[in-house]
Each structure stands twice: as structure tokens, then as C-alpha cells.
Design a protein around this ligand. Structure first.
Ligand code: NAP
Ligand code: L37
Length: 287
């Protein structure tokens, strides 16, 4: 393996430590601990795992996690009522509604109901628009974590060619905005993109956020490139057990790349650490 391994767990541990110190400073000033409301509707197994990781990480950082679990059958109006109450609650700094929501709900309407000042996921259209305009606001945790890993790995981004594969509002679009705001030359690829491999071969920075196991092959990677694998795909092995794989064929890509994130242990832990950082920022009221 030629590439440097980007250790997301170690980066995340350092970031969580700085968050813990900021929480202690808030407490030392006589204020209550920062509080994050985590709303989970239904019982999606992956969402259950992520929400559990997030509430555990909050506790370790000294942040109060207020979990609200609602049954799958909850009417959308009841969820909107809860969001309105959390917006008005002075004991709540941040609100996270874990996606995906059940099919009978309009996720866009629910997210639009969140107070932008408490929108620690950065999904509210006001925060999305701020990011797209290069203004300060809350930035979605996954692409923010990716940016931190890229900057810590290669330093200056300005002038580099970046390819983001995927254009979701959660990952691809905000990732492209973050890189553009750092003056990279950014290409966004999606399911209708032609010659994806050729585009990838030009990229100094390649971010894969597709949800297709090992789609990005070793011969797509520009030698020395920084490769960030956002994909979380569960693959069942012949013996019936399962393991996580990313959107990048790791072993092949690591032969060519300059640096690469593993799955698991790459982007995932940074997502959670950035959520804590956004929450303490919401509590500090300094956007
Ligand atoms: P998503 O909403 O399904 O978006 C996937 C994107 O990939 C879409 O823009 C789609 O294009 C594009 N795409 C699909 N097939 C493609 C192809 N063959 N070639 C090029 N582009 C293609 O997914 P997401 O929410 O962004 O998540 C992406 C992956 O990241 C998933 O594996 C998810 O589990 C993972 N994830 C990880 C974290 C973390 O913290 N590690 C956080 C969030 C998500 P169209 O727009 O044209 O359909
Ligand atoms: N903020 N994030 C926010 N809001 C949402 O609505 N869906 C969603 C969201 N996505 C999310 O939380 N993703 C996510 C993905 C992976 C991890 C954490 C969060 C993670 O911890 N991944 C571990 C492996 C976990 C496992 O074993 O399944 C990793 O090392 O990658």
C-alpha cells in the first residue's frame, strides 16, 4: 500500500477533546451544559445505530442529549408540533431529526420547520443557502468532517482539481460548496455523468458519496490523490456475516492514492465529532 491512511477515529478523538474543553468553559461560566435534541421516528436499524453513537458521544463530551423516539405511525403534524416546541424551548440548543423519515412524511417540510439557529445538521434551506453563498451558518456534519480530513491531510486546497461523486443535499452538494469556498476547481458527478473514470483520473481530491459498494476502482485514481470515501455499504459474506465497505475499492485505490480514508474508521467518526462541534457552537451562540 502506497497511500497514507487517513485515521478518522484519531482525528475525531482530537476534535471531541476540543469540544469537551469548550463545554467545560461554558460550565465554568455558570451556564447549563449544551443540549442536543435528537429525534428518531420509527426503527430503521442504521438510524438506530447512528443515533445511539451520537447520544453516547454527546455524553462523553458533556453535552446533554435529549432523545425523542416516535413510532413509525406518528402523524407528520405531531412531529411538526414537537419541532415547534423544541424551537421554543430555551433548554435546547440544537435539534437533529434523523433521516430518513417514514414515507408518509415530507422531510423537507419537517426540516424547514427547524429554527435555523438550532439546525446543527445544517439541512435547513437557510443554512444550505448560506453555505452555497459562502456565508457563515451551520454546515452539514458529514461534508464538514470530510473537509477537516482533507485540510489536515494536504493543507492548502486552493487551485486543486476536486471531484465530488454524488449530489445529495446531505453530502454531495454541501461538499462541493465547501471545496469551492476553499477555491478548489470543483466537478460534481451524478448518475447521469458520462466518462466518470476519466473525470476521476484528473482529480487531486476525490470524494465518493454514492452508496454503491466499491464502485470507484483503483485505475480511476490519479497517482498521489487524496481519496475520501463517504460510502457506508453493508456487504454479506459467503459465511453469512456482514461487513462494511465504502464506495471505493480500498485495496486497489490505496496502491495509487497519496492518502485515503478507510471504511469503517474514516468519515463516519468525523460526522459524529462535527455534530458535537456544531452543537457546542449553537450553545455558544457565535455563528
Ligand atoms: P443519496 O442521497 O442516495 O445520493 C447518491 C448520489 O450518488 C446521487 O446524487 C446519485 O445521482 C449518485 N449516483 C448514484 N449512482 C451513481 C453512479 N452510478 N454514478 C455516479 N453517481 C451516482 O446518498 P447520500 O445520502 O449522499 O449518501 C451516499 C453514501 O454515503 C451512502 O453510502 C451513505 O450511506 C453514505 N453516508 C455516510 C455518512 C457518513 O457519515 N460516513 C453520512 C451520510 C451518508 P442522482 O442524483 O443522479 O440520483
Ligand atoms: N446528521 N447524519 C445526520 N442527520 C441525518 O439525518 N441520516 C443522517 C445522518 N447520517 C449519519 O448519521 N450517518 C452516519 C454514518 C456512519 C456513521 C455515523 C453517522 C458511523 O459512525 N460509521 C462508522 C461505522 C458504524 C457501523 O458500524 O455501522 C464508521 O466507522 O464509518
Amino acid at each position: 500500500m502506497a497511500a497514507r491512511l487517513i485515521d478518522g477515529r484519531a482525528h475525531a478523538a482530537r476534535l471531541r477533546e476540543t469540544v469537551r474543553a469548550r463545554v467545560e468553559a461554558i460550565r465554568a461560566a455558570g451556564q447549563r451544559a449544551p443540549a442536543l435534541a435528537v429525534v428518531l421516528v420509527g426503527a430503521e436499524p442504521a438510524s438506530e445505530v447512528y443515533v445511539r453513537s451520537k447520544t453516547r458521544a454527546c455524553a462523553e463530551a458533556g453535552i446533554t442529549a435529549l432523545e425523542h423516539r416516535l413510532p413509525e405511525s406518528t402523524p407528520e403534524a405531531d412531529l411538526l408540533d414537537l419541532v415547534v416546541r423544541l424551537n421554543a424551548d430555551p433548554g435546547v440548543d440544537g435539534i437533529l431529526v434523523q433521516l430518513p423519515l417514514p414515507p408518509h412524511m415530507d422531510a423537507g417540510a419537517v426540516i424547514a420547520a427547524i429554527d435555523p439557529a438550532k439546525d446543527v445538521d445544517g439541512f435547513h434551506p437557510e443554512n444550505a443557502g448560506r453555505l452555497a453563498s459562502g456565508l457563515a451558518g451551520f454546515v452539514p456534519c458529514t461534508p464538514l468532517g470530510c473537509l477537516r480530513l482533507i485540510e489536515d491531510t494536504i493543507g492548502r486546497i486552493a487551485g486543486l482539481d476536486a471531484l465530488v461523486i454524488g449530489r445529495s443535499t446531505i453530502v454531495g452538494r454541501p461538499m462541493a460548496s465547501l471545496l469551492l469556498n476553499r477555491s478548489a476547481t470543483v466537478t460534481i458527478a451524478h448518475s447521469q455523468t458520462r466518462n466518470l473514470a476519466a473525470l476521476a483520473r484528473r482529480a487531486d481530491i476525490l470524494v465518493a458519496a454514492v452508496g454503491r459498494p466499491e464502485m470507484v476502482r483503483g485505475d480511476w485514481i490519479r497517482p498521489g490523490a487524496c481519496v475520501i470515501d463517504v460510502g457506508i455499504n453493508r456487504r454479506t459474506l459467503p459465511d453469512g456475516r456482514s461487513r462494511l465497505v465504502g464506495d471505493v475499492a480500498f485495496a486497489e485505490a490505496a496502491e495509487v492514492a497519496g492518502a485515503i480514508t478507510p471504511v469503517p474508521g474514516g468519515v463516519g467518526p468525523m460526522t459524529i465529532a462535527c455534530l458535537l462541534e456544531n452543537t457546542v457552537r449553537a450553545a455558544e451562540r457565535t455563528p
